[in-house]
Design a protein around this ligand. Structure first.
Ligand SMILES: [Fe+2]
Ligand SMILES: [Fe+2]
Ligand SMILES: [Fe+2]
Length: 440
């Protein structure tokens, strides 16, 4: 089904990963630029140690994604030290989310141990598993980044931060990396870069040297991983993006769209709720109706999603298909209130796919609707000029087939979610039993 033409699309891998990383940091102003700061510090340490190109590339990706497993801790994220209490939950979470895809295999392994203390060399392994040196670089970089007080000038803090890190050389941090950190931290520009509003462009210059380009197939696979990061925060949404993508792609096929655009629709399904990464769990999982203020916060996910993807060049069409899924034909949607003809076919398809999939899924405050009731609700929205009635008629005519693809995609996602939960649960029990040994 995937186009074999390698020139079909060339999306920058770093720009895409950076969009995910920015989404995660949006959850709290305290986290502002955290992933980028950690990436920058890690890169500078590894560069000072002459790490080869491929290792630098994986380290950059790991830096940008290192805390993706921490999203269900969003309520505690304000306390930047949250990671040190039960670090293995978010490190294993990140690892399990990433490891299945070749492109992220090493990245996942680096993330898995990014809170493993050095312990006079014992930290070079965890149980019988070797720990990549990059995990220790990331750990050091992470602790430096959280030590910076954003309200005070960075240069005023250099001495204190360095003293703190140096004091834990060998016990907590690999002394080789502490030494490399010492040499780079002597340069004022290093600290100025870290707190600069322009850190983004510094990083862009760096990763342009290592970037890779993704064709459609790879883009789908990478965005499937993103969909898991977005959806697995809650069991209620665990299979949502997979279902939306499958329904939207099937509708596009039934409308005889060109093959490449059908594939883009599936990718747009994976990304349509990217902005939800910026929304806290207590709102996402509230077991009741949202208050007006909470609903206003929730609305921001569509806005953030749009502007996060807007920074990724080549993704314009996919962004239009995915990020406008809450717009309505009569202009009553959000956040741009696009209406009538201005709301293009791709966005109309996605809106139907999103509504249909969402109402068939359980939510904390209601059970999922049966298929026939769901189709009646969608039809009503067509009659009310919110959704496109002609597309809904087509959905109704091909209902069995569309539902087949939705179920198939959601069953696969449900299996992956069960494995994810099982592994987190297993790890939690394992490390809690041995508290004080592996991660003291
Ligand atoms: Fe972490
Ligand atoms: Fe972190
Ligand atoms: Fe949404």
């Amino acid at each position: 089904m995937w186009s074999l033409n390698p020139d079909d699309l060339k999306i920058s891998f770093s720009e895409l990963v950076s969009a995910l990383s920015d989404a995660v940091d949006l959850i709290s102003p305290v986290l502002n630029n955290h992933h980028k700061q950690v990436t920058y510090i890690s890169y500078r340490i590894a560069e000072a140690l002459n790490y080869p190109r491929e290792r630098l590339a994986d380290l950059i990706t790991a830096g940008l994604m290192h805390d993706v497993g921490a999203l269900d801790l969003s309520e505690r994220i304000e306390l930047l030290d949250f990671e040190e209490e039960e670090p293995y939950i978010h490190t294993i979470g990140g690892y399990v989310l990433l490891r299945d895809l070749n492109i992220f295999e090493k990245v996942g392994e680096i993330i898995k141990h990014h809170h493993r203390p050095w312990e006079y060399g014992e930290g070079s392994a965890c149980r019988d598993e070797p720990v990549h040196p990059e995990s220790h670089i990331l750990y050091l970089a992470d602790r430096v980044a959280v030590s910076i007080d954003k309200s005070a000038g960075a240069l005023n803090q250099v001495e204190d931060i360095y003293k703190k890190i140096k004091g834990q050389a060998n016990s907590r941090f690999n002394p080789r990396f502490v030494e490399a950190f010492e040499s780079i931290s002597k340069t004022e520009a290093f600290w100025m870069d870290l707190v600069s509003p322009d850190l983004d462009s510094r990083l862009k210059t760096i990763w342009s040297k290592f970037d890779r380009r993704l064709g459609l197939k790879e883009l789908f696979e990478v965005t499937r991983v993103f969909a898991k990061v977005i959806d697995f925060r809650s069991r209620f949404t665990a299979v949502h993006s997979s279902g939306v993508g499958a329904v939207a792609e099937t509708i596009a096929r039934k409308m005889s769209w060109p093959e490449m655009d059908c594939q883009k629709m599936a990718i747009a399904g994976n990304l349509h709720d990217l902005g939800k990464l910026a929304i806290r769990n207590h709102i996402l999982e509230k077991p009741g109706k949202l208050t007006r203020a909470e609903y206003n916060i929730m609305k921001a996910h569509a806005y953030h999603g749009y502007y996060l993807l807007d920074k990724v060049s080549g993704l314009e069409k996919i962004n239009e298909y995915g990020s406008l899924h809450h717009e309505r034909l009569d202009g009553s949607g959000y956040p741009f209130r696009v209406k009538g003809k201005a709301l293009k076919e791709g966005s109309r398809i996605m809106a139907i796919a999103d509504v249909f999939t969402a109402i068939t899924e359980d939510r904390p405050y209601r059970r999922g609707m049966e298929d026939d009731r769901a189709i009646r609700v969608v039809e009503r929205m067509g009659l009310d000029h919110k959704l496109d009635a002609a597309i809904i008629a087509l959905v109704k005519d091909n209902f069995e087939e569309m539902n087949h693809y939705r179920r198939k995609a959601q069953q696969q996602a449900a299996r992956e979610y069960r494995n994810f939960e099982k592994e987190i649960h297993f790890t939690r029990n394992l490390y809690c039993r041995e508290e004080g040994s592996a991660f003291s």
